[in-house]
Design a protein around this ligand. Structure first.
Ligand SMILES: [Zn+2]
Length: 263
């Protein structure tokens, strides 16, 4: 954890300890939104049978003369900016509601492979990339949320550009960058809190065996997928707050993720 992140946590904790109103000093932090909005254009895995649906239950003037609106929403867990709970790929893995908050509120490191991904849309993070990052920015410690920046959120929500193929019902021709298996193994061995990425999956698009998902899930490391705005974060020093909808027994869920970046 960097000194800035420790400081942010210390300030928050001292506020809680003193029983004072927890507040974030807007002068001390920039707040970055890491989530795409959910709507009719939200991208889902091509084999998903349904997408995000918002149905109006009420909208307009009531008999009492005041305005009232409410909607019903329906969505597969895995689409848009979302969390993968470990149980998504490990039978005994944690479900969405059971993931310790310490794994979802933690300092981040941002590994930038956007130039490699621009040259090769099937690029996978390597162990050498992790070593190069650590040489420059210091070790990736236990409890860090790793964010892999590929630059792919610039394609959102163009399915063909973002996923590599837009054939409905067919996930066999996808191509987009993400984590490589050995790099994921290394990061999970370090005890990282979560693996995040600004593409549709913590496995690259061509993966058929979902090894990165399986490696992470086996160690109860959740995934954060379809993130955005990673270019607005420093390599380290931000505090990420990535809280999914608390679904009992869930294998994932819609995720509102933000980052507090010290100014
Ligand atoms: Zn997922």
């Amino acid at each position: 954890m960097t000194r800035a992140a420790i400081l942010s946590l210390a300030i928050l904790m001292s506020m809680v300890a003193r029983g004072s109103q927890p507040s974030i000093d807007p002068g001390a932090h920039r707040i970055v939104d890491l989530s795409h909005a959910f709507g009719p254009r939200t991208l889902y895995w091509p084999t998903s049978s349904t997408k995000f649906r918002l149905e109006s239950l009420a909208s307009g003037k009531t008999e009492g003369g005041y305005f009232y609106s409410a909607n019903s929403l329906c969505t597969p867990e895995h689409g848009g900016t979302h969390l993968d709970a470990p149980v998504h790929f490990a039978e005994r893995g944690l479900t969405t509601a059971d993931i310790p908050l310490e794994q979802l509120v933690a300092p981040s490191v941002v590994i930038d492979v956007s130039s490699q991904a621009a040259a090769d849309r099937n690029y996978r993070l390597t162990r050498d990339d992790v070593s190069a990052f650590e040489k420059r920015h210091g070790p990736i410690g236990r409890g860090a949320i790793v964010l892999l920046r590929t630059g792919w959120s610039r394609h959102w929500p163009d399915a063909k550009a973002y996923l590599g193929d837009d054939t409905p019902g067919d996930a066999s021709k996808l191509s987009f960058p993400s984590y490589g298996v050995e790099a994921a193994r290394l990061l999970v061995d370090r005890g990282v809190a979560a693996l995040g990425v600004d593409t549709a999956s913590i496995d690259y698009g061509r993966s058929a065996d979902f090894m990165v998902h399986r490696i992470a899930a086996a160690r109860n490391v959740p995934g954060l997928e379809n993130l955005t705005n990673l270019d607005q974060l420093p390599a380290r020093g931000a505090l990420v707050i990535a809280l999914p909808m608390k679904i009992e027994g869930g294998s994932g869920g819609p995720l509102r993720a933000i980052a507090l970046v010290p100014r």
